[in-house]
Write a protein that binds this ligand. Structure first.
Ligand SMILES: [Zn+2]
Length: 187
């Protein structure tokens, strides 16, 4: 599907477009103003965790619902590296993001370099897309680091480069949709 044919949700329309893709809230933009959709803006990501903001549009998620995207292991464990997102933003990402909407998508395996910016690579996150991915919706989530709860606005949450990766632990799902993104598995 051509990116221009996918309607952009209202929450994402405030962002500039780059080759048809909204340069959303957590996209990393280098010193020359060029966005890199394969890299997240880590301070914005932490801010979204701290303030309960949608990781795509940056708007307050309030009491939810909270949408997450992940592969079978994430879904089974209720643990997600990305998110939370509003449902409309997550649905848009599932359809529009080249990595998510392609069954053999890959993340950047080469760590980009940018003057004046620190690029962090999480070694324990695979750069190969799982064979199938789901969009799940939960009524609640909490943020953990190394198995411990990270309290929103707490000192740990503001330390983006230290002490391991933030993970969203999601409560009971009200929706678990395996069909919105293509699968490379035989059906
Ligand atoms: Zn959003």
């Amino acid at each position: 599907m051509n990116i221009k044919d996918i309607p952009i949700p209202q929450q994402l329309q405030k962002f500039p477009l780059f080759h048809g893709y909204p340069v959303h809230y957590t996209v990393f933009v280098d010193a020359n103003g060029k966005p890199n959709f394969k890299v997240m803006h880590e301070h914005r990501r932490i801010e979204c965790f701290n303030k309960n903001l949608c990781h795509l549009c940056g708007e307050d998620l309030g009491d939810g619902p909270f949408a997450f995207i992940g592969g079978p292991m994430c879904v089974k464990a209720h643990r997600f590296v990305d998110g939370p997102m509003g449902i409309e933003c997550a649905e848009y990402a599932a359809i529009a993001c080249p990595f998510l909407s392609s069954p053999d998508g890959k993340y950047a395996s080469i760590i980009p370099v940018s003057d004046g910016d620190k690029i962090v690579s999480y070694e324990n996150v695979s750069n190969v897309r799982p064979s199938k991915m789901a969009l799940v919706v939960g009524r609640s989530y909490k943020v953990q680091r190394n198995g411990y709860d990270v309290h929103v606005s707490g000192p740990h949450a503001n330390n983006p480069y230290g002490g391991g990766q933030l993970v969203c632990v999601v409560g009971q799902y009200s929706r678990c949709d395996w069909n919105i993104m293509p699968s490379s598995e035989e059906k």
